[in-house]
Write a protein that binds this ligand. Sequence first.
Ligand code: GRF
Length: 198
Amino acid sequence: TRVGILLSGRGSNMRALVEQARGYEVALIASDKPEAAGIAWARERGLPTFALSPKGIGKAAFEAEIDRALREAGVEVIALAGYMRLLSDDFVARWRGRIVNIHPSLLPRYKGLDTHARAIAAGDAVAGCSVHLVTEELDGGAVLGQAQVPVLPDDTPETLAERVLAEEHRLYPRVLSEFTMTPLDRLRTLAAALPEVE
Ligand code: GRF
């Protein structure tokens, strides 16, 4: 399965998806921020990138360009990795069921921003991250996988974010592999795990 990754910043989840790719291949890394650190990392490694700022061209034209770049790269599934812009309903509809995102909370709790500060303020004993399908509702699509992290007594949003991020880097590649696996891949994986019969 050919995956396109959309990011806006640091790109640590994108790196995890590239470095732990199994059963999918990263066909394009695209950004709405040409100066994003994640794009520089991908370029240095010779990975296919596409960067375009929406400034001055309008949302519809910007998304049409992203859509075109993804299709030209043969992308079948889009993985959002710290992509900080809302995709339009039209875009989501065109890729329905084929966009996934990683969110730093145990959804359905704490959709949107500042998830770690909100988890600490609520006195939660566990926090974590979720990989979910993207729908028109922000952080609202079906959850495909989650990982939990304990909240420690003296956690700040920063220390908690760091421990959750380490889990994100394990969870996202694993869930994306499962999500992109065809039924035939699944059978092959099962068969390979069977003991050999004499
Ligand atoms: C991650 O915490 C992710 O869960 C959220 O945005 C952050 C992106 O970090 N959606 P990075 O760019 O992947 O390092």
